[in-house]
Design a protein around this ligand. Structure first.
Ligand code: R5P
Length: 291
């Protein structure tokens, strides 16, 4: 029974002291509900405002491409160095230990492979993202591709509706249409379209003039690494993106196809979170032993 005769009167009311009203550290996210901000705070480090997402969803269109043939052997040892994991539900359930305690950005569109025309995807049921405790869902948008632009924007729109209902942020993933120039004008357009349709994060590619892409996108942008580059160039890419205002990277091949993947993700992390110069990060990469 409740001890009703020992309810002590409170004394510390802080009269005259305004209640703390924290802002929110991420661009464009201050008006989101608590669950959305909580999930975003798991993906992005509140101390730096940045994230290193480790992308290993490539198999959903490419199959067992180099570096993801055996995710248990190649990717799981890297998880401890990542802020967030980006993968499909199949790999998450079959290979990623739920005890890893890492937020997941769940690849949530599917339907095509490199064997056919890409981008004719549909969105998976958001309830599965809820079951998997996803911190975000990622949906690709093919701006400029006449065959799939409308459908992929509709996918994003649906994902945003579903994500809002479940409190799960959505990452819009810009796919490059076949005839599109990979320049700031195109990426600025594609990123803005994702944000206008409700994406809470945008993933796109670094290009010259990237500060304009970032400036006109009202939500945080992370960059994909793209095809494997020499480590020096990949670190320069990450550095330039961060310096231009990116909120992090969503990097896959430049990490897991490196000769020293753990050293590489550590070096990328130093660039992203500490603003380490590429030359110093490359030195860190060289100095880190391959386990
Ligand atoms: C590709 O299918 C995925 O969206 C990847 O997650 C994305 O491109 C990032 O991986 P990478 O750094 O290898 O480009």
């Amino acid at each position: 029974m409740a001890d009703l005769d020992d309810i002590r009167d409170g004394k510390e009311y802080g009269i005259g002291v305004a209640q703390q009203a924290d802002g929110f550290f991420l661009k464009g996210s201050a008006h989101l509900d608590w669950g959305m901000q909580d999930r975003l705070s798991r993906i992005f480090n509140p101390a730096t405002g940045k994230t290193v997402m480790l992308a290993f969803d490539h198999g959903f269109i490419m199959g067992p491409t180099s570096g993801v043939e055996r995710i248990d052997l190649s990717i799981l040892p890297l998880i401890e160095h990542a802020d967030c994991l980006m993968c499909t539900r199949g790999v998450l359930r079959s290979l990623v230990p739920p005890t890893s305690r890492k937020p997941v950005c769940l690849r949530s569109d599917a339907g095509t492979s490199i064997m056919t025309e890409l981008n004719h995807n549909v969105v998976i049921d958001v309830q599965d993202a809820v079951r998997l405790n996803a911190s975000a869902i990622a949906v690709m948008v093919a701006v400029g591709d006449p065959a799939t632009e409308a459908d992929t924007i509709a996918n994003l729109y649906q994902a945003v509706d579903d994500g809002l209902a479940a409190g799960i942020p959505v990452m819009g993933v810009t796919a490059v249409g076949k005839d599109m120039a990979r320049d700031a004008r195109y990426f600025g357009l594609a990123s803005r379209i994702c944000a206008e349709n409700g994406a809470n994060i945008v993933k796109t590619y670094y290009t010259e003039g990237f500060e304009k892409v970032v400036a006109c996108c009202p939500v945080p942008i992370v960059i994909a690494g793209g095809k494997k580059l020499p480590e020096k160039e990949a670190l320069e890419l990450a550095y330039m993106a961060i310096r231009s205002g990116a909120a992090g990277v969503d990097m896959g091949r430049n990490v897991f196809q490196s000769e020293k993947p753990a050293a590489m993700i550590k070096a990328v992390g130093a660039v992203v979170h500490q603003g380490m110069k590429p030359a110093d990060a490359l030195q860190l990469f060289h100095d880190t032993p391959h386990p």
